[in-house]
Design a protein around this ligand. Structure first.
Ligand SMILES: Cc1cc2nc3c(=O)[nH]c(=O)nc-3n(C[C@H](O)[C@H](O)[C@H](O)COP(=O)(O)OP(=O)(O)OC[C@H]3O[C@@H](n4cnc5c(N)ncnc54)[C@H](O)[C@@H]3O)c2cc1C
Length: 449
């Protein structure tokens, strides 16, 4: 029997598997993808600070793509622009990066099984005793669901579990990112047709509902166009990938896709409960992305690392009960989870903004420091400089007042997450959930669907 079976060799799964194997435990890592197909085929912007925090080398060389010198955040009509010059993230080619994480896990002693889809948990009453994979039972002392938004183990848990089993489709964002290489001749026309300045990344927000983004960056030297599109799935029948295909057709642009792809991102604060008897969730399977913009790699690395610490202790104590695994849930929710809850308020507010309100937000309330803070996953700072910048907000006093009032929910929700129950206790958990619910209901969030 394996000590730990991990479903999904993505960022969270590889991290947890490696750290657990390094302590001498017997770990099996399963992925539905073959070795050649492993790792998302798109580029992700990842907080630079996370690599040191989890003890891995910052990506470099083939693992990264250069960042533009500056970014412009643009309002839906294009009238308002915020210019940022800082680079808190690095642009990571996920296929290469995931391969490095897997190589490190295998070097630590992890057994990797490619092309082996996990179908669900192996249950004994309300306890997880392993997984069902490739039609076979794979027993394990403890299981981690790191299968991304599909959450294949979580969804098979018994109804009695405190873990929310079904994550509502309303939280899913469809996203696509690709790089296209253009021939010498066509390249001359790209910036003019798209109306974008060469070398500068532009990010148009609010063009398909409050929570939507369309980013473009044209690199004239390499003749490569980088495009990222994301919006709430319930906003359109069209997937982000389909949108990108029609976008190029409508613009009459060809080019060749050299890297890229897309899928779904579960965009909300982390699930209320992250562990149960014999199981932990990490990464997208537990909705751990930064809700303001859907970046999940840093949270997945952090969660994988934290989970491994608890897993090793619980295996040593031969007790993988929910009560003993709870330490991981509390450590995540009180730290990274609290920050994600803070940014979930930004997501909730922005989702409801009309186009006109998004205009006002970019034109008079937001500052470049806000953009930087959300990329770094740091609470917004009220420095003298950006208070002065916010004076523009007096142009729309009613909007600014309402926005500021709603935003006050962010530090409140963060505080509630910082006080996540330190140990498993049903009554404490119930009271904690009530506190979260109260704040969300004040914002008009439908907490029950
Ligand atoms: C287009 C796009 C752009 C994005 N941009 C960013 C960005 O800029 N920055 C950022 O931080 N994040 C970004 N994200 C989100 C980011 O990709 C995820 O948050 C992150 O990859 C989650 O890591 P994870 O380890 O939870 O899951 P994943 O990395 O998704 O890994 C899950 C693994 O589970 C495997 N799996 C799935 N089902 C099964 C099964 N049944 N059995 C076995 N294995 C299975 C998959 O093959 C995969 O290898 C983006 C997402 C998309 C779609």
């Amino acid at each position: 029997m394996y000590d730990l079976v991990v479903a999904g060799a993505g960022v969270a799964g590889c991290m947890a598997a490696r750290r657990t194997a390094e302590k001498g435990f017997n770990v099996l890592l399963l992925d539905r993808a073959s070795l050649d197909e492993l790792g998302h085929p798109w580029v992700n912007g990842v907080e630079k600070s996370v690599f040191k925090r989890v003890g891995i080398e910052e990506p470099s060389g083939d693992e990264i793509m250069p960042s533009p010198a500056a970014f412009l955040t643009i309002s839906p009509s294009g009238t308002h622009r915020l210019e940022s010059h800082s680079h808190p993230t690095c642009e990571v080619r996920m296929r290469e990066f995931a391969r490095r994480l897997l190589d490190h896990a295998i070097a630590a002693g992890v057994t990797f099984a490619e092309a082996t889809p996990v179908e669900g948990p192996l249950l004994e009453r309300d306890r997880v005793r392993g997984v069902i994979a490739g039609g076979e039972e794979v027993p394990a002392r403890v299981v981690m669901d790191a299968s991304g938004w599909r959450a294949v183990v979580r969804r098979g848990l018994p109804e009695s579990s405190h873990i929310p089993l079904e994550e509502g489709a309303r939280h899913m964002v469809t996203a696509w990112r690709e790089q296209r290489l253009f021939g010498q001749e066509e390249a001359q026309r790209v910036p003019e047709i798209l109306g974008i300045p060469p070398g500068i990344g532009i990010n148009r927000v609010g063009w398909r509902g409050g929570y939507s983004t369309l980013s473009l960056h044209w690199d004239p030297q390499e003749r490569i166009l980088d495009i990222l599109v994301g919006y709430k799935r319930n906003r359109s029948e069209e997937s982000a990938g389909e949108f990108v295909r029609s976008f190029f057709q409508e613009k009459g642009l060809g080019g060749e896709r050299i890297y890229g792809g897309g899928g779904l991102i579960p965009v909300r604060r982390s699930l209320d409960v992250l562990v149960d008897h014999g199981i932990l969730l990490a990464g997208d399977s537990a909705c751990m992305v930064i809700p303001a913009h859907g970046s999940g790699v840093a949270s997945s690395l952090i969660a994988g690392e934290l989970a491994a610490r608890t897993i090793c202790r619980c295996l040593e104590e031969d007790d993988v009960s929910r009560e003993n695994l709870w330490e991981y849930a509390a450590a995540y929710q009180r730290g990274r989870g609290a920050l994600m809850a803070y940014f979930d308020i930004a997501r909730i507010i922005s989702e409801r903004l009309s186009e006109d309100e998004t205009e006002k937000l970019v034109g008079s309330l937001m500052t470049p420091a806000d953009v930087e803070a959300s990329l770094k996953a740091e609470p917004l700072k009220l420095s003298a400089k950006n208070i002065l910048q916010r004076v523009k907000a007096f142009r729309h006093p009613v909007f600014a007042y309402r926005f500021a009032r709603k935003s006050m929910a962010a530090p409140r929700l963060k505080k509630v997450y910082e006080n996540y129950p330190a140990r498993y206790h049903p009554q404490e958990l119930k009271s904690w959930r009530e506190e979260v619910r109260r704040i969300l209901i004040e914002l008009g969030e439908d907490v029950d669907s």
